[in-house]
Design a protein around this ligand. Structure first.
Ligand code: URA
Length: 209
C-alpha cells in the first residue's frame, strides 16, 4: 500500500502482542506503548535530511552529519496520543509538542475539537501526529485538517494499530500524509472498535475502566 509503512520489526511485534493481551496491567501497557512509540519514531524519522559538519574528536578532525531539515513537532491527539509522546520525545528530546483535543461524538462518531495549542512557528516544522488507534479515521482527519488550517504543510501520522476503514478514509482525505503503523488489523466492529485491536487505548493507558 502506497505511503503506508507497517513497522514489522520483531521487537515491535513482540511488544505489540503483549500490548494486545487483556491481562496486561496498566503499568506494563503504558511502558510498552512508550517503547513501541520510540521504535515507531525511529522509522518515521528514517529519511530526515542530514548535513555534513566538521567535528573534532579527541584523536583528530573528521566530518560528521547532523539533522538538517525542518525541526519536529509531535502532535498527540488527546487523550490516548499522550501515551505515545514520551517514547517519541526520548528519541527527539528537543521536539516541540502540539496538543490536539478531539473527542468522538458518540452519535455521529464525528470528531469535535475541545483543545488546540501549538508552537507559534508550527507551519515551518515537520509535524508528526500521534494516536495509538486509527479506527474510523475521523479524529485523525480532523486533527490534520486543523494543522493544515494553521499552515502546516509537512505532516506524518504514526499509530500502533490501524483499521482498513480508517486507513482508506485518511488516505482519501489527506493523500499527502504518510502513515506508519505496527499493524493493519481486520476491521472495525459495530462500536467502531478495532478487531482484534487492543480495546480502548485511553482506558488501558490510564486504567479508567
Ligand atoms: N479507539 C480505541 O481506543 N480503540 C479502538 O479499538 C478504536 C478506537
Amino acid at each position: 500500500m502506497q505511503d503506508v509503512t507497517i513497522v514489522d520489526h520483531p521487537l515491535v511485534q513482540h511488544k505489540l502482542t503483549i500490548l494486545r493481551d487483556k491481562e496486561t496491567s496498566t503499568r506494563t501497557f503504558r511502558a510498552l506503548l512508550q517503547e513501541i512509540s520510540a521504535l515507531l519514531c525511529y522509522e518515521v524519522t528514517r529519511d530526515l535530511p542530514l548535513q555534513s559538519v566538521e567535528v573534532e574528536t579527541p584523536i583528530g578532525p573528521t566530518q560528521g552529519r547532523t539533522l538538517a531539515g525542518k525541526k519536529l513537532v509531535f502532535a498527540p491527539i488527546l487523550r490516548a496520543g499522550m501515551g505515545m509522546l514520551d517514547g517519541m520525545l526520548e528519541l527527539v528530546p528537543s521536539a516541540r509538542v502540539a496538543h490536539i483535543g478531539l473527542y468522538r461524538d458518540p452519535k455521529t462518531l464525528k470528531a469535535v475539537e475541545y483543545y488546540f495549542k501549538a508552537p507559534s512557528d508550527i507551519s515551518e516544522r515537520l509535524v508528526i501526529v500521534i494516536d495509538p488507534m486509527l479506527a474510523t479515521g475521523h479524529t485523525a482527519i480532523a486533527a490534520i485538517d486543523r494543522l493544515k488550517e494553521v499552515g502546516v504543510k509537512d505532516i506524518r501520522f504514526a499509530c500502533v494499530l490501524a483499521a482498513p476503514e480508517g486507513l482508506d478514509l485518511l488516505r482519501g482525505y489527506h493523500p499527502d500524509v504518510a502513515i506508519w503503523t505496527a499493524s493493519i488489523d481486520e476491521r472495525l466492529n459495530d462500536h467502531s472498535y478495532i478487531v482484534p485491536g487492543l480495546g480502548d487505548a485511553g482506558d488501558r493507558i490510564y486504567g479508567t475502566k
